[in-house]
Write a protein that binds this ligand. Structure first.
Ligand code: NAD
Length: 483
């Protein structure tokens, strides 16, 4: 019996093939073999999904928040029950190491648990206008939310968008990524089986320029939530602007870890490597640049080299430190960047090449690589590589550190390592990034922490209580009181 799974579109509570009957092959990035077939949804599938979401909206928006919370709690419990299966599927589909996929499944359950807890605590305010008026605000759902999900963290990012949208009474049409989305389709099944009313969540898999573009441009959508590249984010924003629809954009990053001369390097280095290479570096918030104060450079490089030597590479399900990249294209793009770095004059330490040999040629492997002696202005220091490549540049003082940190078009996350509380705090104030970590990086799944970008890393905030603002709009009601 074939193990290859097939998934359709999920519209109005029913799984069905795309109206065109067309499908997309999903490949295992470790072997290049076909893992599944997914529907290749197009505009007509998106139209039907948006209609279903519109029909489901009034009842879901009016549903007592405590009832919405109970559905979310049930989904959270069920994800936790199916955690191992979901993690294995995510690992195989994306190529990420199994332990990282397990952490993603834990975070996915936690998103539903967290927003179940706040669904009935979305409060308004009352505004004093004197005895003649009673004025108050309420937070209402935006309506039909379009959610376009990337391939690097399908389960986490889908859960990150679904849970706050559902908690606040919105309905959803989701377009997961064609390269990796099987966990999103399994999550959809779970949501349905755990009592989410028909039409509240609809999912149309397919290609970006077909299903994705049709969804972003749909006139009956009330919010577009997008995570992915800057170029696609800009296209999504342009499409939404024709309909005056707000967008929530989570785009790329080139996040720095700033290591001051007095930092505890032994404590820092394991986290610096973990921050750089999660999901083989295919992570928007990866700490993909180290900026180190000149006096600490030699000692840091020595420790990084040793750390790099200990990293294992292999198929995600073997649970190595570094899995394959998601596609051949991504593998080629990363190799191109390493060549660009060589031409720009960096010193390549470790890796720097694809992994070949028994059973590995068919996978999209690149060995973890350090590019030392990077400088401001180099492309490898400026541009998001999205692979297991970490650049290292040096600075002399805090001003220069801040200038280097802020010297890219991104501003998603930053890490600062040092023992002088004053210096780390001054830098935290100067760095332009949506999240700054001092003597740590990432803080677990980060479900509770507001997350989003400065500059071309995007705008709007996901996660934490701030996401409730992103998925609601304020209505002010003013009542004149008869005397
Ligand atoms: P992408 O931005 O093209 O794709 C992300 C999602 O958008 C996918 O679901 C895709 O199908 C959809 N999409 C593509 N074109 C669309 C369009 N015209 N309208 C609407 N939706 C569309 O990303 P990619 O090409 O898969 O990856 C390229 C780069 O994106 C990566 O190298 C990385 O820099 C960045 N990226 C960032 C993140 C992140 O978490 N911020 C995630 C994935 C990729």
């Amino acid at each position: 019996m074939s193990e290859i799974q097939s998934y359709g579109c999920f519209v109005n509570g029913v799984w069905a093939p795309a109206r065109s009957g067309r499908t997309v092959e999903v490949l295992d990035p470790a072997t290049g073999k076909v893992l599944a077939h997914i529907a290749r949804g197009e505009k007509t599938d998106v139209d039907a999904a948006v209609q279903a979401a519109q029909r489901a909206l009034p009842a879901w928006a009016d549903c007592p928040p405590v009832q919405r919370a109970r559905v979310l709690s049930n989904i959270a419990r069920r994800i936790a029950q199916e955690q191992d299966r979901l993690a294995r599927l995510e690992s195989q589909d994306t190529g990420k190491p199994l332990k990282q996929a397990q952490a993603d499944a834990v975070a996915a359950a936690r998103f539903f648990e967290y927003y179940a807890g706040v669904a009935d605590k979305v409060l308004g305010t009352s505004i004093p206008l004197g005895q003649e008026f009673f004025d108050f605000t309420v937070r209402e759902p935006l309506g039909v939310t379009a959610q376009i999900v990337p391939w690097n963290y399908p389960l986490q990012i889908a859960s990150r968008g679904l849970a706050p949208a559902l908690a606040t009474g919105n309905t959803i049409v989701m377009k997961p990524a064609e390269l990796a989305c099987l966990s999103v389709l399994e999550l959809t099944r779970i949501c349905h089986e755990e009592g989410l009313p028909v039409g509240v969540l609809n999912v149309v898999p397919g290609l970006g320029h077909e299903a994705g573009a049709a969804l972003a441009a749909h006139p009956d959508v009330n919010l577009v939530v997008f995570t992915g590249s800057v170029a696609t984010g800009a296209a999504v924003m342009r499409a939404a602007s024709d309909n005056i629809v707000p967008v929530l954009l989570e785009l790329g990053g080139k996040s720095p870890n700033i290591v001051l001369a007095d930092a505890d390097l032994d404590a820092a280095v394991p986290t610096l490597l973990k921050a750089a290479f999660p999901n083989s570096g295919q992570t928007c918030s990866a700490g993909s640049r180290i900026l180190v104060q000149r006096q600490a450079h030699a000692a840091l490089i020595e420790r990084l080299r040793a750390g790099l030597d200990g990293l294992t590479v292999g198929a995600g399900l073997q649970d190595p430190d570094i899995g394959p990249l998601v596609s051949r294209n991504q593998q080629q793009k990363v190799q191109d960047y390493i060549s660009i770095g060589r031409d720009e004059g960096v010193e390549v330490i470790g890796g720097g090449r694809v992994l070949e040999g028994a059973n590995l040629d068919a996978g999209n492997f690149v060995l973890p690589t350090l590019l030392d002696q990077a400088r401001a202005g180099m492309r490898v220091h400026q541009e998001e590589i999205f692979g297991p490549v970490l650049t290292i540049a040096q600075f002399d003082d805090l001003e220069e550190a801040a200038a280097l940190a802020n010297g890219t078009e991104y501003g998603l996350v930053a890490g600062i390592w040092g023992r002088d509380v004053g210096a780390t705090h001054r830098l935290a104030q100067k760095v332009k990034a949506g999240q700054v970590f001092v003597n740590c990086y990432g803080a677990g799944g980060g479900v509770e922490l507001p997350f989003g970008g400065y500059r071309k890393s995007g705008f709007g905030r996901e996660k934490g209580l701030d996401a409730l603002l992103s998925y609601t709009q304020v209505k002010n009601i003013c009542v004149r009181i008869d005397r």
